[in-house]
Ligand binder design. Structure first.
Ligand SMILES: C[S@@+](CC[C@H](N)C(=O)[O-])C[C@H]1O[C@@H](n2cnc3c(N)ncnc32)[C@H](O)[C@@H]1O
Length: 207
């Protein structure tokens, strides 16, 4: 399947998931995700900032005051949920339907570009990360919270075997080599912190 077809499939998958996404992730959100997301308060220092794959807007409670945020997503239904959350929280966020693989922003528009649990589902993650680098200022940074293929060879192979099933059920690839993808897109990784084994990581990089 080519990237355009895969992107369309991803959009439809998240449109279908939008209604039950928060419920499905509820237990993980309560146990771990929300604690990790809270770091964004300290780490989104520059303005303006771009959030990619905003989903239902789960990072919004952690947007620091004073940072102007534009947030994009491929899925109109996820964006509807994000709009509702922004209104409930009284936040002013520019929410736009857009593909990270083909950003409609000028070069060097944003200080910080960030995403949480997104590059597992972007069909061409290196292209998406290249686009983020293009729209990031030279003194800016990339902030990511992502799950990825574990480093241990045997466990990595297990994730490879189960990946097609994971994609079908959740829409997310569990065997992405995200650290390598970030470097391939031209970013210089400065912070790489394991949050759950080496599967979930907090990453910061500069262009
Ligand atoms: C697993 S959800 C994560 C949502 C949110 N970031 C969070 O932490 O809850 C992945 C999101 O990325 C979006 N997405 C996937 N591919 C994308 C692309 N190419 N461009 C923009 N958004 C994309 C999906 O529509 C979905 O909302």
């Amino acid at each position: 399947m080519n990237t355009a077809d895969e992107t369309e499939k991803t959009r439809k998958r998240y449109d279908r998931a939008a209604g039950f996404f928060d419920f499905m992730e509820g237990p993980m959100e309560a146990r771990r995700f929300s604690r990790w997301r809270a770091r964004l308060r300290q780490r989104l220092t520059g303005t303006p900032a771009l959030e990619v794959g905003v989903g239902t807007g789960k990072n919004m409670p952690y947007y620091p005051p004073g940072v102007k945020i534009t947030a994009i997503d491929l899925s109109p239904r996820m964006l509807d949920r994000a709009r509702r959350r922004a209104a409930l929280l009284g936040l002013e966020v520019d929410l736009l339907e857009m593909d990270v693989q083909d950003l409609q922003f000028a070069d060097q528009t944003f200080h910080t570009v960030f995403a949480t649990f997104v590059f597992c589902s972007v069909p061409n993650p290196v292209q998406g990360l290249r686009e983020l680098r293009r729209v990031c200022r030279p003194d800016g940074r990339l902030v990511l919270l992502e799950h990825m293929r574990p480093g241990k060879a045997w466990l990595g192979s297990v994730f490879d075997v189960f990946n097609p099933l994971a994609v079908r059920v959740t829409g997310a690839n569990i065997n992405r080599r995200t650290m390598a993808n970030i470097s391939r897109a031209g970013w210089t990784i400065e912070v790489e912190e394991n949050l759950f084994s080496d599967i979930v990581r907090w990453i910061e990089a500069r262009p």
